[in-house]
Design a protein around this ligand. Structure first.
Ligand SMILES: Cc1cc2nc3c(=O)[nH]c(=O)nc-3n(C[C@H](O)[C@H](O)[C@H](O)COP(=O)(O)O)c2cc1C
Length: 150
């Protein structure tokens, strides 16, 4: 068994590429040490992150993330035990996506604007499972980057 949290948040100010890169590097180092895996999606100022691993480690990380001033409106969309961690190949996969991709992953292909997609995901939490599965499928379709966990 593993524990998984999916949350969304809004960047306090739009993140620059180098800032995202710093965040990703730090997250990958820390997560590899803590036995945490997952994925971070950034699209147009919105974050969606999937974290999985031992519950006390994931909860500890969520407390740090909740205090991080780089984002706000941290909203847990899904949290609980899962049969097995799904993102085991990635200490923190960074996924840069277009609003269209996020909509497709969540099964909302008819919706084009990100705020609408975001609202739909928040209103219908079953979309969250679909979205995580879509992110995982996209990651599995691309070659792994150096620094990703084995
Ligand atoms: C959107 C977002 C996602 C983050 N994800 C992670 C993460 O997966 N792992 C991590 O260690 N820190 C993550 N952080 C950073 C933490 O909030 C915190 O700054 C960091 O864990 C502190 O680590 P340090 O003590 O090594 O500097 C994230 C921050 C933001 C804004």
């Amino acid at each position: 068994m593993s524990y998984q949290v999916v949350y969304s948040s809004v960047a306090s100010t739009p993140m620059q590429l180098d800032e995202l890169e710093d965040l990703r590097e730090r997250a990958q180092d820390n997560n590899a040490e803590d036995g945490i895996t997952g994925a971070l999606v950034y699209v147009d100022g919105f974050f969606l992150q999937i974290l999985e691993g031992p519950q006390e480690r994931v909860d500890g990380l969520m407390r740090r993330i909740g205090r991080d001033l780089r984002h706000e409106d941290v909203t847990v969309l899904q949290a609980g035990e899962v049969e097995a961690a799904a993102f085991t190949g990635w200490s923190m996969a960074y996924v840069s996506a277009t609003p269209r991709q996020v909509a497709d992953w969540a099964g909302l292909s008819g919706t084009k604007k990100l705020p609408e997609v975001w609202e739909d995901i928040h209103q219908d939490r079953s979309r969250v499972t679909q979205l995580s599965a879509g992110i995982l499928a996209a990651l599995n379709a691309e070659p792994k980057l150096p620094g990703d966990a084995d």
